[in-house]
Design a protein around this ligand. Sequence first.
Ligand code: ADP
Length: 308
Amino acid sequence: MKNKVTVFGSFVVDLMARTPHLPTAGETVRGSIFKQGAGGKGFNQGIAAHKAGADVAMITKIGTDTMADVALNAMNEVGLSSQYLFRSEVAATGTALIMVDERTGQNEIVIVPGACNTITDEDIAKVEDVIQDSEYLLLQLEVNQDANEKVAALAKKGGARVIVNTAPYQQVDDSFLNGCYLVTPNEVEAEQLTGVPVTDLESADRAAEVFFRKGVQNVLITLGSRGVYVNSEGRSEIIPAFRVSAIDTTGAGDAFNGGLLTALSEGKNIWEAARFANALAALSVQKMGTTPSMPLRSEIDAFLEAHT
Ligand code: ADP
């Protein structure tokens, strides 16, 4: 099934090195493995939704440097159209420098969002029709926030349902959240945005109330391996995650949001969509990497069938 959804967000090239220990200030460490790959929350979520079967318009901004090819190649590889990519002549393609301690899995990350932090009104004007014609628009907080605000306002005006994945955390205006169909913080972001520490159903209900007062229609809080809290139309529940042996949970939230978007656009209700997204994320955490670990629709369907 194909439906029109738009993902608007970041693209960065992940430059990952594994090292015997994380360097201290001034120290140089000889690493063991280097990997380069397509990343950024927006891009990861767009790829996840596309691989899960949604008809995705992926909007992001890259530079004109060689790093930009990483985005184009990744899209080409999975057959996702690059027609909605903006190009900056001045800013470099975004990058993320990731160091991973090979013994503990601990990491240190520096993100330089570059081009995807310079999205202008002129850029947005080029995709106004796409945004307004979408059934759903999915955003994160990893591009310049004034662009997010403009895109969300356009979508609301056109009747698209706006989903905000509030990652990575930053404070946002209530007017941005007002009228959004759904917010999808993880438990840390939920606390940062509402002031309510989320530990169980009761505290999640209180955090959700804060979002409702800001004008959000539905609330979903991801709880890692515990699953996801959903509050919709006066009912709230925690839907457990699937039990799998995780080897790399980087990008689990991105997998989840891409899956959620896909299922919602196919007419599934929030509860069904959350289960579908749990399955997609459970499959993704069993593989290394972010975009390569996003499962295909056939794998998601088979997993769900085996777990009913
Ligand atoms: P984020 O990566 O944004 O912090 P979470 O850690 O809350 O997000 O994970 C998002 C979703 O990924 C969870 O709601 C769950 O569906 C799935 N998930 C995360 N970790 C695991 C795990 N260890 N086993 C199974 N599913 C997981």
